[in-house]
Design a protein around this ligand. Structure first.
Ligand SMILES: [Zn+2]
Length: 157
């Protein structure tokens, strides 16, 4: 079948063999760039605010998902939050037992309507609970790279 052949019956599976030269590059986008630069340079979280809807987006969004307004009101959000939900990992990606269990949580950041999925530290699995207050523990400035891993973990406060 050639690319010029007309498909008359869309219910019959068709296939083209060969290669399609597609190149792509992932970027974090305009809002993500500012978000991660602030993490790297100042160990702070930024969000964007929609006054119309009363929502603060973290990670920041350039458009409100409710009213579609362009958002250019950037606000600093605290590095504290609440464990909204969590899970405890006992195996690695190769299904081998971890030396220590890993706790992953969705932390809803104070002063925002969003949050981040990240590790919890300085706490054992039997101590974690939904609603637990936590704060971000940052890597030292010389180790930060502008990535979510610039946060070592969230620890209880
Ligand atoms: Zn809105």
């Amino acid at each position: 079948m050639s690319l010029l052949e007309k498909v008359a019956k869309t219910t019959e599976p068709r296939a083209w063999r060969g290669e399609i030269p597609i190149a792509s590059r992932y970027t974090v986008g305009i809002a993500g760039e500012r978000f991660f630069r602030e993490i790297k340079d100042h160990a702070r979280f930024l969000g964007t605010r929609c006054e119309t809807c009363g929502l603060t987006y973290v990670p920041p969004a350039l458009f409100c998902e409710r009213c579609f307004a362009q958002l250019d009101d950037w606000v600093e959000v605290t590095n504290t939050g609440t464990v909204f939900t969590y899970t405890v990992l006992y195996l690695d990606l190769d299904e081998q037992p971890l030396a220590e269990p890993d706790i992953l949580a969705y932390v809803k950041l104070d002063g925002s309507d969003g949050g981040l999925v990240h590790r919890l530290g300085e706490v054992s699995p039997d101590q974690v609970e939904i609603g637990m207050r936590v704060e971000a523990v940052w890597k030292p400035p010389e180790e930060r790279q502008g990535a979510i891993t610039d946060i070592k973990y969230f620890k209880p406060v």
